[in-house]
Design a protein around this ligand. Structure first.
Ligand code: FRU
Length: 492
């Protein structure tokens, strides 16, 4: 594809092209019910997740005209309650000197009753060499967004390559700080810190000194915050190789926890890197602190450089549901925000013993629902649930008690995606009681196990009539309690 075509602006497409694209997207049977998804084209990272003017604001990376990574805009959605979302339209157009090749990822913070949006302006020169700028746009209470004409940070600090992007800003007692994803001259990934008294004038303070000196070739979308007195650094390292069940996706997202970052020396003493999610489609998460003091997280439910079955229908990807982060036994756990209960419609509850069988239960089927299944009195070698089951399709979630492993199997889920990276994902879990909390949408599954101790986030692409749900045990019995709620349409 030519560069001109790849970097096409929305205005360069004819009204007929956009109408045809929109019609094709709207006819797609994999359109989601309660997830944020693009009206056309490709969505990637969540950006500018914030609370401002009495509403949650959630922006995302958007290329409207195709399902490849073309010219990136910021698209704006907002919500009063984190459950129902409203599509607001384009927030940032990449039409200026300092963002000519994409308004890349960034974050937002309130100051002086305005929302300050800090993002990376991606540019390319005539030789196609990348020059990143860290830019500012300010949104007022009426929702109007004005770009500052000149960048806040106009060069890459010595020792780093042109891969410097994704500023995440926060306010400390003494000043504002931001963390930016970077690549060292020796082609290893890192995160660097800048400081500012006023969000306008920024000073380079150096790298966060971690013990991960050689951990992938680039760290995208870093995010630093403190939770229960601990420092948490989330980032998306590119270039890790698989290790057992870990790092199976093309790109990873995870975190390290330690003592709070030393603001003088930039030293960060921390534990091991842990992946945030065990599923197939989770990347570039971004957090925010809300008015209730909760640390909330949203991620891109997708991966770069992987083809998806919706590509040929003119759209790709969605965001995850909002989750609350908590610290538990030195790990980050994720739980769906409680406001999502507002989406609950009709419910069905059942309870029974299951012994060496696959059991269906009256009224428990569907394609867009929330379901909590609790397996107790676990005497079986394996327990699990089969969802989106049809003639020849099924998505299987199982817990093998003996080897203490949870496995998510999408090998027969429907239209395949990313099979090059395998069709199952597994993780260790030591438990005698299993609670599977599922959010199933038309083409995705978010699974929270034992109150968020482990999370699997994955896209699946079944036929619309694959609605079956079955519960099973192997080699023994278990007690099952299940409740399922239909979920309402949540985005307009
Ligand atoms: C992560 C990422 C970011 C960049 C953005 C561009 O998915 O590559 O580093 O800012 O996407 O869309």
């Amino acid at each position: 594809m030519s560069k001109q075509h790849k970097y096409r602006r929305l205005e360069q497409a004819s009204p007929e092209e956009i109408t045809a694209l929109t019609d094709m997207v709207n006819q797609c049977s994999w359109r989601q019910t309660f997830h944020i998804q693009p009206v056309t084209g490709l969505l990637n990272d969540p950006n500018g997740f914030s609370y401002y003017g009495g509403e949650y604001h959630l922006f995302y990376q958007w290329f409207p005209l195709g399902t490849y990574h073309g010219l990136k805009y910021w698209y704006h959605t907002k919500s009063k309650d984190l459950a129902f979302w409203h599509n607001e339209g384009i927030a940032i157009r990449p039409y200026d000197r300092f963002d000519s090749h994409g308004a890349y990822s960034g974050s937002a913070i309130e100051k002086d009753e305005k929302l300050y949006i800090m993002y990376t302006g991606n540019t390319r020169d005539k030789e196609w060499k990348r020059h990143p700028y860290q830019c500012l746009a300010v949104m007022d209470e009426s929702g109007e967004i004005t770009k500052r004409g000149t960048p806040l940070i106009d060069h890459v600090p010595a020792g780093y390559t042109e891969h410097l992007r994704d500023p995440k800003v926060w306010e400390d007692k003494d000043m504002y700080r931001c963390v930016i994803g970077a690549q060292r001259q020796n082609l290893t990934g890192a995160a660097v810190i800048y400081e500012s008294p006023d969000l306008i004038e920024w000073h380079f303070r150096g790298e966060i000194k971690t013990k991960l000196d050689d951990f992938g070739y680039m760290w995208e979308c870093p995010d630093y915050f403190e939770l229960d007195g601990k420092g948490v650094l989330i980032f998306s390292p590119q270039g890790l190789s698989p290790e057992g069940d870990k790092y199976q996706n093309i790109f990873q997202s995870g975190y390290v926890i330690g003592k709070p970052l030393n603001r003088n020396t930039m030293e960060f003493e921390h534990g091991d890197f842990e992946e945030l999610d065990c599923g197939f489609d989770f990347y570039a998460p971004q957090s925010m602190l809300d008015g209730k003091g909760r640390r909330l997280l949203v991620a891109w439910m997708g991966q770069a450089e992987v083809d998806y079955p919706t590509d040929s229908h003119g759209w790709a990807h969605c965001l995850t549901i909002p989750r609350e982060l908590k610290l538990h036994n030195g790990q980050l756990i994720q739980q769906p925000v409680e406001e999502l209960q507002k989406l609950r419609g009709e419910s069905v509850t059942a309870e029974c013993m299951i012994t060496d069988e696959h059991r269906t239960l009256e009224g428990i089927t569907g394609t867009a629902y929330e379901m909590i299944c609790e397996f107790s009195a676990l005497e079986a070698a394996a327990v699990g649930v089969v969802i989106r089951a049809g003639q020849s399709e099924q998505t299987v979630i199982r817990y093998d008690h003996g080897i203490q492993k949870v496995t998510f199997d999408r090998s027969a889920s429907g239209e395949p995606s990313g099979v090059k990276y395998g069709t199952t994902r597994s993780c260790k879990l030591d438990a005698d009681y299993i609670k599977l909390h599922l959010f199933v949408d038309t083409s995705s599954v978010e699974l929270f196990i034992n109150d968020g101790e482990k999370v699997f986030t994955s896209r699946i692409f079944p036929q619309p009539d694959s609605e079956g749900i079955r519960f099973f045990t192997e080699e023994g019995s278990a007690h099952l309690k299940v409740t399922k709620w239909d979920l309402a349409k949540a985005v307009d």
